[in-house]
Design a protein around this ligand. Sequence first.
Ligand SMILES: O=C(O)C(=O)C[C@]1(C(=O)O)C=C[C@@H](O)C=C1
Length: 378
Amino acid sequence: MKDLKLAGLKAERSAIEVNGVTIGGKEIILIGGPCAVESGIQMRESAETVKKAGGKILRGGVFKPRTSPYSFQGLGREGLNYLVQAAREKDLLCVTEAIDVASLELVAEQVDIIQIGARNMQNFELLKMAGKINKPIILKRGLSATIEEWLLAAEYILSAGNPRVILCERGIRTYEPSTRNTLDLSAVGVAKELSHLPVIVDPSHAAGRRDLISSLSKAAIASGADGLLIEMHPNPAEAVSDGPQSLHPEQFVQLAGELGVVAEAVNRVFTCSQKNEEETLESLRNEIDDIDQTIIERLAARMQIVSKVADKKRLDRVKDNTREKEVMQRLTSLGDELKLPSELVKKIYPIIFEVAVQSQIKRKLVREEEMDRSLVSR
Ligand SMILES: O=C(O)C(=O)C[C@]1(C(=O)O)C=C[C@@H](O)C=C1
C-alpha cells in the first residue's frame, strides 16, 4: 500500500511501552471503564473492577463527541480529575478521548494514553497535533473508513513525530441493523499484515449490546488482537451514555476470567488477577487499608470545602437543617442502593455535620476577631 512510509509493515512488530505496560507484546492488554465519566465514586468503583479483572488501563470519556447535540457532552476538566485519581489509586494507567486541539493539550498533561475517536479519525489537524504529543495514541477506525484510510490516518500521527500509535477496530457501519455496527475482525488480520502497529478491538461500540461482548472479545483475541477496550459501568441502567452496551462489573470480571484460555490457545497471555490472587486475611486487610485511606482523604477534601462554605454564611446561620436533611436523604437512598446497612449513614453523617458546623463557627469567630483587631489598630 503506497504512502505507508512509517505505518507500513517492518521487520519487527512494534510493542508500545507506556509506564510499565506494553501494548503489542505477548500479553493481551485489557482496558475497561465507562463510556462517560460521571462522578468520582463511579470512577473509583470502575477502577476497582478493572483492577480485579486484571485490566491495566482505566477508560472514561470526559469530552464526548455525541451524535446528538442534546446528549450529555462530558464533564470536561472535572471528569478528567475523577478519571486520573481513580486510576492512580488503583495503580492503573488511564485513557481518555481528545476531540479537538484544546482538549488534546489538556488531556495530554494528565492521562497516559490519548484516544482519537472514530468520528475524528480523519480530523487531520487533530492527527498532526497528536503527532507532536509525547503520549501513545489509540486511533479508532472511522465509522465508514477503509483499512487503508485508517492506516493513512495513523501515518499522519507517525509522520508528525509520534511513533506510538495503537490501532483500534470498533465496528464499521453496514446495512445490518441487529448490532450498532459490524465488528470487522478481518480488519485485525489485514491491519497487522499491512502495518507493524499494535491493534486492539473495542467490541462494545461494535455490538452496541452487552450480550455479545463476551463472545466478540474472545473472537478478537483469537483473531490476533493485542488488547480489548471494553465498556463497563458500575450501574449500566443509570449510565448517562452507552448503558445497553456496558457490562456489569461482575460480567466484566467473569469475562476476564475466561480470556486466559483463549489467549493461551493463540500463544498469548492474559492473567485475570482475581482468578490467581488467593484472598488471604492479609490481602483483604490491605484492601480495607486502601479504602480507609481513600475515605480519610475524601473527608479531608470535604472539610476544606466546608470551610470555604463558612465564608458564604452568616455566623448565626451556620447550621442549616434543611441542607443536612437533603444530604441525609440522598445518601441514605444511595446507601440502600449499594446495600449498606442503613444505620451506617444515619450514624456517621450527623457526626460529620456536627464537626463541620463546629469548625465553621470556629473559623468565623477567628475571622471576626481578626477583623475587630484590624479595625482597632487603624
Ligand atoms: O452546606 C452547607 O451549608 C454546609 O455548611 C455544609 C454542611 C455539610 O457538612 O454538608 C455543614 C453544615 C450545615 O449544617 C450543612 C451542611
